[in-house]
Unconditional design. Structure first.
Ligand SMILES: Nc1ncnc2c1ncn2[C@@H]1O[C@H](COP(=O)(O)OP(=O)(O)OP(=O)(O)O)[C@@H](O)[C@H]1O
Ligand SMILES: [Mg+2]
Length: 361
């Protein structure tokens, strides 16, 4: 590896293309050439980022090839850093082909002129009920007459098609080539789950995750919305970073269960959003207590109240608590959030109070 500025020639795209053209096909994939699969190439100073498109079934065989090409590029004069990534190849043409997914991030900030507020629902830990909370908060806001969209930013594990019973629906394309969100229960939905076959092996890496999320914001005809709710994947990785740096986020709501372990992750998520200067709109305690449907007795299975204490400690608003109930899970599994199936029930009231607290900010 050589460093730019030490007399070596500067790295350039032409040299990289020549290198790719000279590479033989890998033994495992006769006829496959890197040169024919360049999905993106950027050379900035000594930094090279090359994206090669690959079919899901080729990904494993191409891993060694990818690493070899990365090493070969890194050894070129003037290259200080080389990254080669495999990106998911476009799925077979759907009825109304949506814009290509899995593109490179474009660099600029995403503008959503028709959308008044963008509220991300996040958590540090997986499985605490973000998607359930995002779906029900979206419904609770819609119930007050607001125009609501829900963007599922979980590229690896999209939940929105299941939560709304919309699996297998494909968004239509508008004459301008944008995707029309899927309409369900009066709100507008978009998810990578609408664009990929359910069993697709998604092999994209960091930069492509960011690119795909960007497209779910940008390439969708959202129209006019009062609130776009965004269901984030768990953790504090690429998706969260893209969101905080590029999307016009009004703020983030953090969902946690009351256990100490979940709260530690929630605190981490709050710290991350603060670091990237995204306002934390508050903390929701999910699965706060179990209410016996027969006698109404409340059982604090996970040591109730931890989130309220953590919120006070961290100086973020505590937005409210959602009980652990069979009805919430059953409604979600059946493809309809509980706020839609039982709008006057106690769960819908709990979500409604949180939505109100959020919108009052
Ligand atoms: N308050 C609740 N009462 C009962 N079940 C719940 C509640 N909240 C969520 N669940 C159930 O818990 C499971 C996980 O919820 P969900 O998918 O919303 O979590 P998540 O945080 O989005 O997960 P992931 O990190 O995988 O995205 C689901 O089966 C859901 O129905
Ligand atoms: Mg989820």
């Amino acid at each position: 590896m050589s460093t730019p500025g030490t007399g070596a020639a500067a790295a350039n795209a032409e040299a990289i293309r020549r290198l790719l053209a000279d590479l033989p096909s890998p033994e495992a994939l006769p006829g496959w050439t890197a040169a024919e699969h360049v999905d993106g190439l950027s050379v900035a100073g000594g930094r090279v980022l090359l994206a090669l498109s690959a079919k899901a079934e080729e990904a494993a065989a191409l891993e060694t090839v990818r690493a070899g090409i990365e090493a070969a590029i890194a050894a070129l004069p003037g290259v200080s850093q080389a990254s080669v990534v495999l990106t998911a190849e476009k799925p077979a043409a759907p009825a109304a082909p949506p814009p290509r997914i899995g593109q490179h991030p474009t660099g600029g900030r995403i503008e959503l002129p028709g959308v008044a507020r963008v509220i991300a629902v996040a958590s540090g830990k997986g499985g605490v009920g973000k998607s359930t909370t995002a779906a029900n908060l979206a419904m609770a806001m819609a119930a007050t007459g607001l125009r609501i969209g829900l963007l599922d930013a979980d590229i690896y594990g999209p939940s929105v098609p299941t939560l709304f019973g919309c699996e297998g629906i494909r968004p239509e394309a508008t004459p301008e080539g944008k995707m029309r969100p899927v309409a369900s229960h009066g709100i507008k939905l978009i998810s990578i789950g609408f664009l990929l076959p359910p069993d697709a092996a998604v092999i994209w890496r960091g930069p492509m995750v960011s690119g795909a999320i960007e497209q779910l914001f940008r390439d969708v005809d959202w129209g006019t919305l009062d609130v776009l709710v965004v269901d984030l994947p768990p953790g504090t990785g690429d998706a969260q970073l893209t969101m905080s740096q590029k999307a016009p986020l009004t703020g983030a709501v953090i969902v946690s269960t009351p256990q100490d372990l979940a709260l530690i992750d929630a605190k981490r998520a709050i710290a991350m959003f603060r670091k990237v200067e995204v306002p934390v709109l508050g903390l929701v305690e999910n699965m706060s207590y179990y209410e016996c449907p027969a006698c109404g007795h409340r059982e604090h299975i996970f040591a109730h109240g931890g989130a309220a204490t953590a919120a006070a400690e961290l100086d973020v608003p505590f937005l409210g608590e959602i009980p652990l109930t069979l009805a919430i899970r059953e409604a979600s599994d059946a493809g309809s959030p509980i706020v839609a199936t039982d709008p006057d029930g106690p769960q819908a009231k709990a979500y409604g109070a949180i939505a109100e607290a959020l919108l009052a900010e």
